[in-house]
Design a binder for this molecule. Structure first.
Ligand code: NDP
Length: 335
């Protein structure tokens, strides 16, 4: 794979120029470019610049409003709703997260229910931002049907990621962020692009047979992804459909697909975010106690904490190697 070396500033500038040329205003372009740059910085490759052409497709078709201003509504002392007004998720989170954090600090627990937002990014930016404020964070969102429920051969669930972050005051939070499919569709697409195989159990082809060829699993191939860990992952994916759909007042993945204009960009949907204050629930011993637990985990051979790979990548402020075809494609989008 041939690559181009781009500094973090160049990644940000490339994204911003492209977004401004395709209908974003300054604020939306800044916030989204920052999210894309941070994904590249942390090595979340399937959710960095790789997603920019899809964002542009959605901006061009006007499915996404690049000048949107999401609205925050306080529903109760511990529930807030953000109407996305067709903004991309990072813009919605920018206005919603500070309110969620404020409420959780006041009441001990708070929910952020997001509707009409377009999510195609990683979820760690939201849970990590919550944990950096000393709160436990949880987030999930559904997508379009790409994953077969356990036992089925046709898709019903989205890849439905969940993320959880545990605060460690004075240290980087412990964060996991994962699709509930055996593999994120972005990674299957990257594997298909790079001519690599995927592990058996990732998905089935259009005939319902197990396959290691990502081209037989990607969107439009007729194949589908499988949930992680069989019926157990299937149950978690179902939970995400309910939390980010019926609970927040948004669509299930199959309904999202029915109303989507199929431009390839992120569809409009919901997100469920929870913030909990350990300080309000327990004594301040929780910091020492959980640190002991993490230390015990890390002392075991072969164990690392989730999020550590990203956080290590983050310390490197040097340039990143980005796929040359992708950079060429993005540069063409702003001409
Ligand atoms: P991975 O399988 O790469 O990683 C899942 C989690 O496990 C990460 O937190 C990772 O931490 C951790 N992890 C990986 N290996 C180990 C290990 N050996 N020991 C301990 N922890 C480990 O993620 P996915 O491919 O499932 O998902 C990728 C991204 O796709 C996520 O950010 C997700 O939010 C996003 N996504 C977004 C969707 C959307 O619609 N918005 C849909 C589906 C997915 P680390 O990062 O440090 O490696």
């Amino acid at each position: 794979m041939s690559t181009v070396s781009l500094s973090l500033n160049e990644i940000f500038d490339l994204a911003k120029k492209t977004l401004l040329a395709n209908g974003c205003d300054e604020e939306n372009a800044n916030i989204l470019s920052d999210t894309l740059m941070r994904a590249e910085r942390d090595g979340s490759h399937s959710h960095g610049l790789f997603r920019l052409p899809a964002y542009v497709a959605a901006l061009k078709s006007k499915k996404v409003n690049g000048k949107a201003r999401p609205e925050v509504k306080k529903i109760s002392p511990s529930i807030i709703k953000v109407l996305g007004n067709n903004a991309l998720a990072p813009m919605v989170l920018k206005v919603g997260l500070p309110e969620l954090i404020k409420l959780a600090k006041e009441t001990g627990v708070a929910v952020l229910a997001i509707t009409n937002s377009h999510h195609m990014a990683a979820l760690w930016p939201e849970t990590e931002a919550i944990a950096e404020e000393g709160l436990v964070g949880f987030a999930c969102t559904s997508y379009m049907p790409l994953v077969a429920p356990a036992g089925a051969k046709k898709a019903l669930f989205g890849t439905n990621p969940i993320s959880f972050a545990w605060p460690r005051p004075g240290k980087t939070p412990v964060v996991y962020d994962m699709a509930t499919s055996s593999m994120a569709m972005g990674d299957v697409m990257v594997a298909a692009r790079d001519g690599k195989k995927v592990p058996l159990g990732t998905g089935i082809n259009k005939d319902g047979k197990d396959t290691t060829d990502p081209k037989e699993i990607v969107k439009g191939s007729g194949g589908v992804l499988l949930p992680f860990a069989g019926y157990k992952g299937s149950a978690i994916a179902m939970m995400v459909e309910l939390l980010a759909g019926a609970l927040v007042g948004e669509t299930f993945s199959y309904e999202t697909a029915e109303k989507d204009n199929k431009d390839g960009g992120p569809p409009s949907g919901g997100e469920f975010i929870l913030a909990i204050s350990p300080e309000k629930i327990t004594s301040s011993n929780w910091i020492k106690h959980s640190d002991e637990f993490f230390n015990k985990m890390k002392s075991m051979d072969g164990v690392r904490l989730p999020g550590e790979r990203r956080h290590k990548n983050r310390l490197n402020l040097g340039p990143r190697n980005i796929n040359s075809d992708l950079v060429k494609k993005i540069r063409n989008l702003s001409e």
